[in-house]
Design a protein around this ligand. Structure first.
Ligand SMILES: [Zn+2]
Length: 212
């Protein structure tokens, strides 16, 4: 299976490779998405060009996209209803961009379309890295904090807990990210339970498997 990953940094991409293979239960071949993004909204802006590139110039099976939620509205079960779309939810937005982009493309390389796999890290990917190590960090804790108007931790605090600094070098960021995701290499259930924004990504991947 050939996949490309589009996320906010090269370090995220290295960690996501491990998590994607953990969900699928086998190694994958990873293609370069051709364009890099830096944070939101850059990911949403370059995604159509990345999809078109993968569709016409490669035989990639699918595209994995992961962004940080930051302070945006968190995707909930309510958003999964047919025709529902929340304009302040990044998962809803990215799914809409994906759908609108692939629907205009003719078949290419023997496939109708490339497959979609989207996750949103609440509030940032460092929260996923802390899963199983820091029990105070979870999507539920973040949502509860947002509702009370008092967030339980800042994104800078999460970076400190993972990297020991809020301005890590790329090499240090990659080392720390790989060390943390290694905990989930053989079992992603805890990560899925604590972070439904990861579970949507895992479900998209499993759905592909079922289609094969
Ligand atoms: Zn949503």
């Amino acid at each position: 299976m050939k996949l490309a990953i589009l996320s906010e940094s090269p370090a995220d991409e290295m960690a996501l490779r491990v998590l994607v293979e953990a969900v699928l239960g086998h190694p994958c071949q990873f293609l370069h998405p051709a364009l890099r993004a830096r944070g939101w909204p850059s990911v949403a802006q370059v995604m159509p060009a990345v999809i078109r590139h993968l569709h016409f110039n490669t035989d990639a099976t699918g595209l994995v996209v992961v962004v940080d939620a930051d302070d945006s509205v968190v995707h909930t079960a309510e958003h999964e209803r047919p025709e529902y779309f929340h304009p302040q939810c990044r998962l809803c937005r990215l799914r809409a961009v994906f759908r609108q982009t692939v629907k205009r493309l003719p078949p290419s390389h023997g496939r109708e379309r490339i497959l979609r796999c989207i996750g949103v890290a609440v509030p940032a990917i460092e929260a996923w890295y802390l899963c199983g190590r820091d029990n105070s960090v979870s999507e539920a804790a973040w949502i509860e904090g947002q509702a009370r108007g008092r967030i339980p931790y800042t994104r800078a605090e999460l970076k400190w807990r993972v990297y020991g600094t809020d301005r890590p070098t790329l090499a240090h960021e990659i080392d720390c990210a790989l060390r943390e995701v290694a905990r989930h290499r053989h079992d992603v259930r805890r990560l899925e339970y604590d972070f439904p924004g990861f579970s949507t990504l895992a479900n998209d991947l499993r759905h592909w498997h079922a289609e094969k």
